[in-house]
Design a protein around this ligand. Sequence first.
Ligand code: S3P
Length: 167
Amino acid sequence: MKIFLLGYMGSGKSTVGKLLAERLKHRFVDLDQYIEDQEDEKISSLFQKKGEIYFRKKERAALDELLEMEEALVISLGGGTPCYGDNLQVIQNSAENTTVYLKYSIPILLERLWKEKEHRPVISHLEDREKLEEFIRKHLFERGFYYNQSNLILSCDEQSPEQICAA
Ligand code: S3P
């Protein structure tokens, strides 16, 4: 059994994933971290040096590797992972896999991402709050098409990681 956590950047997928994995006694894998370990490079410098297409290829290859593993895992995906190619389809092809969308409202995402956008290559170029908000709004609208196909959608505003895990 594999549980995949989906959601926009800043949704706390890794925090919740770690906690959930502990509770279920599954191994936890953060897809971004898995790629960073393989490439021995931070995602932000991969984007910078080799570009987004290279990153998306690595992301898909890493996803395929995890899907091949027999063991039970909790996996936090990157914010863009379910939205490229047939990534979401290959995850959802197996009834053994469960996808969970950690859903947050735009004001909360904006608050969190404004404070920590520097190491996020997709938004680091946006220099003011209004531009970031506009970007998140459009991006979330596009990506929501994929996120909303999850098996479970959790509204996470005002919820602690512990409460989200218990849901
Ligand atoms: C991305 C989100 C990041 C990381 C990469 C691209 C995206 O992961 O995979 O920077 O396209 O939304 P987080 O959602 O963990 O920040």
